[in-house]
Write a protein that binds this ligand. Structure first.
Ligand SMILES: NC(=O)c1ccc[n+]([C@@H]2O[C@H](COP(=O)([O-])OP(=O)(O)OC[C@H]3O[C@@H](n4cnc5c(N)ncnc54)[C@H](OP(=O)(O)O)[C@@H]3O)[C@@H](O)[C@H]2O)c1
Length: 262
C-alpha cells in the first residue's frame, strides 16, 4: 500500500527528493530503491526526523511497536500523522504517542494498487485545514478521497469501500461460473464478466442518473434482465448483501476495540 502511495505521489509530481521511506526488510528496501529515486532508511526514527507528514503503513499488529520507535521525534517535531492502518482508532494511536498531535486516519481500498481507490478520511481536533489539505493530496495519489466525521463512519467506510472490492469480485466469480456452466470457455467467461463490471462502473460514474435508475433503464418489462432480477430478488439479494455489509461494519468496530487495547 505504501509503495502505491509513493508511486502515485511521484507520478502526480511530488519531488522524489522529498519522499523518505523506512522498512526493516532489506528485500523491501532493495525493491523500493530499484523502483523510485527516494531516500530509504532502515531506521524509522532517522527516516522521520525531517518529515512534515508521517504516513504509518504497517500491519495493525506491529503498529504499536512502530509508533513507539518514533514517538519521541513525533512529540518533538509535531508533524501531521496519517495512518492507513486498518482497524486502529486515532485515540488509541495518540495514547501510544502520549501527546495530542495532528492526526488523520485514512481507510483506503485495494484498487489503490492501480490508482483507482477510494479512501475515507477522518481528522482529529488538532488537524487544521492545511493538515487536511495535505492529507487529501497524499491520499489522492491513489484515488478519490472523502472526508467523514466519526470513527463509526470509518467503520462504515470499511464495510462499504474497504471490503467492497471483494463483494464485486464475488459477483464476477459467480458470473464467470454461470457462463462456464452454460457452455462458455474460461477466458471468454472472464472477459465477459470483467468487461461488464468495468463498463457498468464507468457508465454509473459518468451518468447523471443514480445506479437504481440505470438498472430500471436496462430492465425492459418481460425481458431477460427482468427475469434475472426477479429471481435474484425473490431469493433475497437485497437482504443478503445488506446483512453482509452490516456484519463487516460491526466487525470493524469489534476489531478496533481489540486492536486498540494491545
Ligand atoms: N491492502 C489493502 O487493501 C489495505 C486497505 C486498507 C488499509 N490497509 C492497511 O495498510 C497497511 C499496510 O498494508 P499492506 O498490505 O501494504 O501491508 P504490508 O505489505 O505488510 O506492508 C507493510 C510494510 O511495513 C513493514 N514493517 C513491518 N514492521 C515495521 C516497522 N516496525 N517499521 C517500519 N516498517 C515496518 C513491513 O516489512 P516486513 O514485510 O518485513 O514485515 C512491510 O514492508 C495495513 O495496516 C493495512 O491494514 C491495507
Amino acid at each position: 500500500m505504501a509503495r502505491s502511495i509513493i508511486g502515485g505521489l511521484v507520478s502526480s509530481g511530488w519531488p522524489s527528493k522529498n519522499i523518505f521511506v523506512s522498512d526493516p526488510s532489506k528485500e523491501q528496501r532493495n525493491l523500493l530503491e530499484k523502483q523510485f529515486s527516494i531516500t530509504i532508511y532502515e531506521n524509522n526514527e532517522k527516516c522521520i526526523r525531517q518529515a512534515d507528514i508521517v504516513v504509518l503503513s504497517v500491519k495493525p499488529q506491529v503498529l504499536k511497536q512502530a509508533v513507539e520507535s518514533i514517538r519521541t521525534t513525533l512529540v518533538k517535531n509535531n508533524p501531521l500523522i496519517i495512518s492507513i492502518v486498518a482497524g486502529i482508532r486515532i485515540s488509541d494511536i495518540v495514547k501510544w504517542i502520549g501527546q495530542e498531535v495532528p492526526f488523520v486516519r485514512a481507510m483506503p481500498n485495494t484498487p489503490a494498487l492501480v490508482n483507482c481507490g477510494v479512501s475515507g478520511l477522518l481528522a482529529n481536533a488538532h488537524a487544521n485545514s492545511f493538515h487536511k489539505q495535505s492529507a487529501t493530496q497524499v491520499m489522492q495519489a491513489v484515488g478519490q478521497v472523502i472526508w467523514v466525521n466519526t470513527e463509526s463512519d470509518i467503520d462504515t467506510v470499511t464495510g462499504i469501500s474497504g471490503s467492497g472490492p471483494a463483494y464485486f469480485f464475488k459477483l464476477m466469480e459467480i458470473m464467470i461460473n454461470a457462463a462456464q456452466a452454460n457452455g462458455l470457455g474460461g477466458t471468454v467467461a472472464r472477459t465477459l464478466a470483467l468487461q461488464t463490471a468495468l463498463g457498468a462502473a464507468k457508465l454509473a460514474s459518468k451518468s447523471e442518473h443514480l445506479p437504481g435508475e440505470l438498472r430500471r433503464q436496462v430492465t425492459s418489462p418481460g425481458g431477460t434482465t427482468e427475469a434475472a432480477l426477479l429471481t435474484m430478488e425473490k431469493h433475497g439479494i437485497d437482504e443478503t448483501i445488506t446483512l453482509g455489509i452490516n456484519d463487516a461494519i460491526k466487525k470493524s468496530a469489534e476489531l478496533a476495540k481489540t486492536l486498540g487495547a494491545m
